[in-house]
Write a protein of this length. Structure first.
Length: 114
C-alpha cells in the first residue's frame, strides 16, 4: 500500500469520530442497540495544507492516483504508526503567486490487517 507524501498538514486539522450502531425500537418503549459490524469506528480527518506549487502538485497527483477508493497509509498527527485511509474529496485554492491551500477529508479504511 502506498504512503501519503511526507508533507505535514496544518495543526489546525480536525478528527471526527462516529461509532456506528443499529437501533431497533420495539414499540413497547423498549429499544435494543448493538454495534454495526466489526469495525464500528468511523474516523475522518479534515486536513489543510498551505503549500508551494510543487507540493500542491505532489498532493493532487497522489490523491488523483487513488481515485477516491484506493487506500493509502497516512500517520495522523496524534499517532506514531500509519493507518489506512481513502480520500474521496479535496479542493485547492490559490492564496498568491506559487502558494496554494489544499483541503482534504481522509476517511479511515479498514483492511484485513488493521
Amino acid at each position: 500500500m502506498d504512503t501519503f507524501p511526507s508533507i505535514t498538514p496544518k495543526y489546525a486539522s480536525m478528527k471526527t469520530s462516529l461509532k456506528r450502531s443499529l437501533i431497533a425500537d420495539m414499540d413497547n418503549h423498549f429499544i435494543q442497540r448493538t454495534s454495526d459490524g466489526i469495525n464500528t469506528n468511523e474516523e475522518r480527518w479534515s486536513l489543510t495544507w498551505n503549500v508551494t506549487t510543487a507540493n500542491a502538485a505532489t498532493i493532487e497527483t497522489f490523491l488523483e492516483g487513488k481515485e477516491g477508493y484506493k487506500a493509502f497509509l497516512w500517520t495522523p498527527l496524534d499517532e506514531t504508526s500509519p493507518i489506512a485511509f481513502i480520500c474521496k474529496q479535496w479542493s485547492k485554492s490559490i492564496l498568491g503567486p506559487s502558494v496554494f491551500n489544499i483541503t482534504a477529508t481522509f476517511e479511515r479504511f479498514y483492511t484485513y490487517d488493521n
